[in-house]
Structures are given as C-alpha cells and as structure tokens.
Design a protein around this ligand. Structure first.
Ligand SMILES: C[S@@+](CC[C@H](N)C(=O)[O-])C[C@H]1O[C@@H](n2cnc3c(N)ncnc32)[C@H](O)[C@@H]1O
Length: 238
C-alpha cells in the first residue's frame, strides 16, 4: 500500500489557516466571571450564605482556627468566617472578586483575619501539607471542572487539611432545573446564560468521599430558580 506523505508545514497542501487550540472551558469561564464581578460588584450581597453559617458552627465545634475558602468570589462568606473569629485564606481565580473582598474587609473589618490569593483550583493548592483546620467551598466544585480535575482537587484539599479536619462544600446536582439545559460540554457540564455548571450525580459525591469520613449530604435550595444543591460535610481520618 502506498502511503501519501504528510504535507510539509507551509506547503501548498497545508494552505488552510492554522487554528489556535480552543481555550479550555474553565479559561473562558474565568474571563466570564471577571466580567461578571466587574459589572455587578458584590453580586451575591453582603449576607453570608446559609451553608457558610452552618460551616462556621461546625468548624467552631471542631475547634478550627484556620479556614481555607475556595471560589470565595467577592467574599460574603469569607467575611462571615473572619467575623466569627477564624483566620481565613480566601482564594478564587477572579482577581476582581477578591479585590471587592479586600475592599469590604478594609472598610468594615476585620481585615487582619482575611488574606486572599488568586488561585485556579485546577492547580495544586498553594499551601503546605496539614496546614489548615477546615476548608469551605460554596458552589465551586460544580463549576467547569472535569471529574478528573475534581478528584485531583479533593486530593489536594485532603493534603492541606490536618488529620480530623473538616471539608464543607456545596454543589448543584442533577435534580436542578438547569440540568440538561443549554449547551452540553460532556461530563454532566452544561452551559446556560454564559455560566458552565457541573451538575453532580450522587455517585460523584460518594466517589469524592472515598478515603474520607462522609458525615452528611444535606439537600437545600438557594435563589429564585431555585438552584437545587447538596451541602456535603466530610472529614479526614485522624
Ligand atoms: C457560583 S460562584 C460562588 C462564589 C462564592 N462562593 C459565593 O457563594 O458567594 C463560583 C466562584 O468560583 C470561581 N471559580 C470558578 N472556577 C474556578 C476555578 N477553576 N478556580 C478558582 N475559582 C473558580 C468563580 O470566579 C466564582 O467566584
């Protein structure tokens, strides 16, 4: 069988315009979140979320002092943790959201208990092993993250938590009205109105809890749609 040689780069057979690889969905989402926080400063309001109020009580009962928040946005919940007496490192891949958090902390306090770091959770967490007592993430794990990226992230959360540390996170799930609406990206990720969401099936919760103590999977609703979520609490073994 004769094989037609591959065209040399730049030859006439290679005349079609070169295409840059499409940016990863999470990269386009980062730009979208940046624009959203820019256009709607403080969009989630000043009051803490119900899961953050619950987590603050759970963290205090567990004797926690250092809290890491992932996907903190403009910081309604980070401020609640700081005002409840915890030292908080709030991270997000939107510098605009975090700047709004620093502004609010500087204006109303307590700025001394809040630190921020721009960080994309697809990268390893910028903390040493066993360096925090508690981790909180409200509607972060259900962003444009593949199952593989979620497994890597939860392994990182486990690495930075001290033994017996608590992880409270929330996700929209497959019972949500927007599951299956809009543009499908595979892996239960659907994009609607410019926002991509990974809707969790229950098996994914169990998979991410392997090797942890799964304490609770609590269903709740938020907002006008309403968004249908689970609040998951799990602890690292002592
Ligand atoms: C639904 S918002 C929730 C914000 C905040 N937790 C709250 O409830 O007020 C999701 C947040 O996750 C952030 N985010 C999305 N993907 C991320 C990623 N790969 N790494 C870090 N932050 C991300 C967004 O910038 C946004 O602030």
């Amino acid at each position: 069988m004769t094989r037609t040689p591959d065209p040399a780069p730049g030859s006439s057979a290679d005349a079609s315009p070169r295409r840059e690889p499409a940016p990863a969905l999470a990269d386009t989402q980062r730009a979208h979140w940046q624009q959203t926080y820019h256009a709607h400063p403080g969009m989630y309001g000043e009051q803490p979320s119900a899961p953050a109020e619950h987590a603050a009580r759970a963290f205090a009962a567990a004797g926690a002092h250092q809290v890491l928040e992932l996907g903190a946005g403009h910081g309604r919940d980070a401020l609640h943790f700081a005002r409840s007496g915890f030292s908080v490192l709030a991270t997000d891949f939107s510098p605009t959201g975090l700047a709004q958090l620093r502004g609010a902390a500087a204006e109303h306090g307590p700025a001394e208990r809040v630190r921020t770091a721009v960080h994309d959770v697809r990268e390893p967490l910028p903390l040493p092993d066993a360096s925090v007592d508690a981790v909180f993430a409200h509607m972060l794990l259900c962003m444009a993250l593949s199952t593989e990226e979620l497994e890597a992230l939860v392994a990182e959360v486990r690495r930075v938590l001290r033994p017996g540390g608590t992880f409270v996170y929330t996700v929209r799930h497959t019972g949500d009205a927007h599951y299956g609406a809009g543009t499908g990206h595979g892996d239960d990720i659907w994009e609607h109105g410019g926002f991509a969401v990974h809707f969790f099936p229950r098996e994914l919760v169990d998979r991410l809890a392997e090797g942890w103590h799964l304490i609770e999977v609590h269903p709740f609703e938020e907002g006008e749609l309403p968004r249908r979520l689970w609040r998951i609490t799990q602890e690292t073994p002592r």
